[in-house]
Design a protein around this ligand. Sequence first.
Ligand SMILES: [Zn+2]
Length: 77
Amino acid sequence: MFRRQLNVEVDAVLDDDMDELLAELNVKSQFYAGEYRCLLCETTITIGNVKLIIPRKDGVTFICDKPSCMVEFAIEG
Ligand SMILES: [Zn+2]
């Protein structure tokens, strides 16, 4: 698997930890309101399909759990 320093892999994270992480990043309410979309396929990100949380200077980016998105992200970064 690919891994980058700023990426947080969430598939092994418990729901409680996810909540904490979202709160830490100040995106929790927007996240649960369905305001985030996958960077690559623009699917609405939910607690059920989020795969990667990528904190950036200008906000937080999410990647969904579709294999095609994971592959694309791994290739294009
Ligand atoms: Zn996607």
